[in-house]
Design a protein around this ligand. Structure first.
Ligand SMILES: Cc1cc2nc3c(=O)[nH]c(=O)nc-3n(C[C@H](O)[C@H](O)[C@H](O)COP(=O)(O)OP(=O)(O)OC[C@H]3O[C@@H](n4cnc5c(N)ncnc54)[C@H](O)[C@@H]3O)c2cc1C
Length: 402
């Protein structure tokens, strides 16, 4: 790995001869690293450009309590299993260790401290020109964009947000419950992150924890009698949506208590229907118990902020000491590739994995879906498919054979 100064062999300026151009991989997270490995395994030179100073930056910044919701085996990247000692539900710190090891083990060519700001077609149409920090211009035979589904924190445009006098943070800034011990906290949003942070706050000694919910989510047990929810998700993902919705409704009635009295009724629309709309189910890591016991109180969605108060959709006013917005992320691909006509109305790539958008041969995207079967699993599968497609297209610089 090299730093932003780059070694003479990494991130060289524009290669004049198309045959000398590597494949540039933008982003040194699991998606980018696995794509770089799969390319290297096919003898193709791949250079990973990572804006931070180390690989796996997203995982370094997640909250401490986090463990993978997907199993160790179904979360490993191609070419290197995760060690058994990591256990079935791998900790955040072990994910970081694994990604470091992965880059080292496969001797991936990584340049850190380089942020790609824009991608465009080379004037002669034979490759891709990347503009990066420090005025760099790099020409690749192909590009794999792997900047992450959770790229930029999203905070709803609540009225009164800028004049709110209470403490306010996005979930991406939350690390541990200690700073909130003895305090009244409102968590906004019941995705996996909001649900888990609420439980963490209770266990960490917050005096009161409320969770603002707009749409009740589907909740699933992480595993039932030793069978992980992810395995069921993998098995059912190709079945008709209506059938999966019906099966999951039955399963939920059998396996989960009714929390309507506590403000969490069973969702009106089916589990798989919601997944296709972009809402993956919440894996229970203590939320059900906390809601049942009343240690996490469910309240209505946030409507606006007023001074030190939060006004909810049902008119209730709260005055928490702190608000944590677990309100998701945006892909933020527009500055990077917005000019190329490769994004849909929601800012997502129109083609994914091995397929490339029309008129953009060699431009691949990985990691911009939220699959029920687990993102890491799908990133790993896509890495191989992307490398195969790039190898088939030809034209990229080959690694010297030893
Ligand atoms: C809290 C949380 C828990 C999750 N748990 C699971 C789980 O249990 N199982 C699972 O399968 N998935 C999980 N995911 C989803 C997904 O697997 C991870 O987000 C995973 O890290 C995605 O990998 P990625 O490489 O696509 O993106 P990231 O890991 O976000 O990596 C993107 C990289 O690109 C870099 N970058 C961004 N922009 C640029 C640029 N312009 N130039 C250069 N570098 C750039 C970033 O610094 C970063 O290092 C979770 C996600 C979150 C947020």
């Amino acid at each position: 790995m090299t730093d932003s100064s780059g070694s003479p062999t990494s991130a060289q300026p524009t290669a004049p001869n198309p045959a000398d151009r590597p494949v540039y991989v933008i982003g040194g997270g699991p998606g980018g690293l696995s794509a770089a490995y799969a390319l290297r395994a096919r003898g193709i030179r791949a250079v990973v450009l990572e804006r931070s100073d180390r690989v796996g930056d997203s995982w370094r910044r997640h909250y401490d309590r986090l463990r993978l919701h997907t199993t160790r085996r179904q979360s490993a990247l191609p070419g290197l299993p995760m060690p058994r000692r990591f256990g079935r539900w791998v900790t955040r710190a072990d994910v970081v260790r694994y990604l470091e090891k992965y880059a080292e083990h496969h001797r991936l060519e990584i340049v850190t401290g380089v942020e790609v700001t824009r991608v465009e077609r080379t004037p002669d149409g034979t490759g891709w020109l990347l503009h990066a920090t420090g005025g760099r211009e790099l020409t690749g035979a192909a590009v794999v964009v792997a900047t992450g589904y959770n790229h930029t924190p999203r905070v709803p445009d609540w009225a009164g947000r800028s004049t709110f006098t209470g403490e306010f943070l996005h979930a991406c800034e939350y690390r541990e419950p200690k700073p909130f011990a003895g305090r009244d906290v409102l968590v906004v949003g019941i995705g996996n992150t909001g649900a888990e942070i609420a439980v963490d706050l209770v266990e960490g000694g917050a005096s009161r924890v409320r969770l603002a919910v707009r749409t009740p989510p589907h909740i699933v047990r992480r595993s039932t009698a030793g069978w992980p929810a992810q395995y069921s998700a993998i098995l059912v993902r190709r079945l008709p949506v209506g059938l999966v919705d019906r099966l999951s409704r039955i399963q939920s009635r059998v396996a989960l208590p009714d929390l309507s009295a506590q403000g969490l009724p069973r969702p009106a629309s089916g589990l798989y229907t919601r997944v296709l709309e972009g809402a993956i189910p919440v894996q229970d890591v203590g939320l059900i118990d906390a809601v049942r016991k009343g240690t996490v109180e469910i309240v209505a969605a946030v409507e606006r902020l007023e001074g030190s108060e939060v006004v909810l959709a049902d008119g209730e006013r709260l005055a928490p000491d702190a608000v944590i917005a677990a309100t998701g992320y945006v892909r933020a691909l527009e500055p990077l590739v917005g000019g190329l006509g490769v994004l849909d109305g929601r800012g997502r790539p129109v083609a994914h994995g091995p397929r490339t958008p029309a008129g953009a041969p060699g431009l691949h995207f990985t990691g911009y879906t939220n699959p029920i079967s687990g993102n890491l699993r799908e990133l790993a599968l896509d890495a191989e498919r992307i490398a195969k497609a790039i190898a088939r297209a030809g034209g990229a610089s080959r690694l010297p054979t030893t």
